[in-house]
Design a protein around this ligand. Structure first.
Ligand code: PEP
Ligand code: MN
Length: 337
């Protein structure tokens, strides 16, 4: 349920409604926008109590939230959420560009790529230190040393760093090193991991599960939010279908659908979404026109020799060319709105 306050509401009015709900043993979620204030009710409230709230002068109306996710629901929070990471913003019209290799391989590799993507205009450096590989015999990542190398690249370039956390046991190390924790597609339904990152205030990139519906994905975001962390960026990275000419099927329709149902920012990863470097640029452009809040792009200085995902990694030079087009396109897109 949500309580929509009258447009002339005061903070005393909000306190009055919140107190009334809390006195009934329920939790509230207050969202104050520029012109609208909405108070979400978490839990079951009786019809009698709803009638009492509805009769308050400061209340415009009460509506039912049908979907099972509440805090992630746009009805609970009508304005776009903007996630702040150091000096960069993602969401609410701010495009965040995250670029870097699939995996950190060496200091030279990560520092060189970091410098190049920074020069081309990236805001964040990505790099996996703990890699979820299908085969146990494939490169598993440099683990804690990989995080150290990410920090060196950050010190060299000032880029905020993003890396995937696979296990709760490394949460403290991630809290002390990365700027954004990535939860990978394979862990989207690792509810314990979601709850633990939910107890922190670290921004989280939550990738869509390989075979997850948008509702399941938003419920995973809800797990993080219910535990207290509302700094979530959703990432569409393609879903499994019968198609084999691409690694996954990039679901660009998820962008407007998520925007309708949720206030959380959504970025797109066309690298995992297609699996082939030659499709990354067109899908990036399409994602921007479809209204995404950012991109996550795999960039490698020597894709042929990459220890993971070389086939889908573009070179720094290709990234630079793409960024020039993206800049022009996003300006045009803004002017059309
Ligand atoms: C990655 O970003 O390198 C990765 C493993 O992505 P996903 O979880 O989307 O497969
Ligand atoms: Mn990868």
């Amino acid at each position: 349920m949500i309580v929509v306050m009258d447009k002339n509401y005061t903070s005393d009015n909000i306190n009055q409604v919140v107190k009334y709900i809390k006195d009934k043993g329920l939790e509230t979620n207050v969202s104050k926008g520029k012109s609208k204030c909405v108070i979400g009710i978490l839990g079951n409230i009786s019809v009698e109590n709803l009638e009492k709230i509805s009769a308050m002068k400061c209340v415009e109306k009460i509506s039912k939230v049908q979907e099972p996710y509440k805090k992630a629901n746009r009805l609970f929070h009508p304005e776009d959420t903007v996630v702040n990471v150091n000096n960069s913003k993602i969401g609410g019209g701010n495009l965040g560009i995250i670029a870097g290799p699939c995996a950190v391989e060496s200091e030279e590799q990560i520092v060189e790529i970091a410098r190049q993507v920074k020069d081309s205009g990236a805001d964040f450096l990505r790099g996996g230190a703990f890699k979820p590989r299908t085969s146990p015999y494939s490169f598993q990542g440099l683990e804690l040393n990989g995080l150290k190398l990410m920090q060196i690249a950050k010190a060299e370039t000032g880029l905020a760093i993003v890396s995937e956390l696979m296990s709760v046991s490394y949460l403290d190390e991630f809290m002390n090193t990365v700027d954004v924790i990535q939860i990978g597609a394979r862990n989207m339904q690792n509810y314990d991991l979601l709850k633990q990152v939910g107890r922190t205030n670290k921004p989280v990139i939550l990738k869509r599960g390989l075979s997850s519906t948008i509702e399941e994905w938003l419920l995973s975001a809800e797990h993080i939010m219910a535990a207290g962390n509302e700094n979530i960026i959703l990432c569409e990275r393609g879903i499994r279908t019968f198609e084999t000419y691409t690694r996954n099927t990039l679901d660009l329709s998820a962008i407007p659908v998520v925007k309708k149902h949720s206030h959380l920012p959504i970025i797109v990863d066309p690298s995992h979404g297609t699996g082939h470097s030659q499709y990354v640029e067109s899908m990036s452009m399409a994602a921007i026109v479809a209204g995404c809040d950012g991109l996550m792009i795999e960039v490698h200085n020597n894709p042929k020799q990459a220890l993971s995902d070389g086939q889908q990694s573009i070179t720094p030079n290709e990234f630079d060319k793409m960024m020039k087009k993206i800049k022009l396109l996003s300006e045009l897109d803004r002017n059309l709105k």
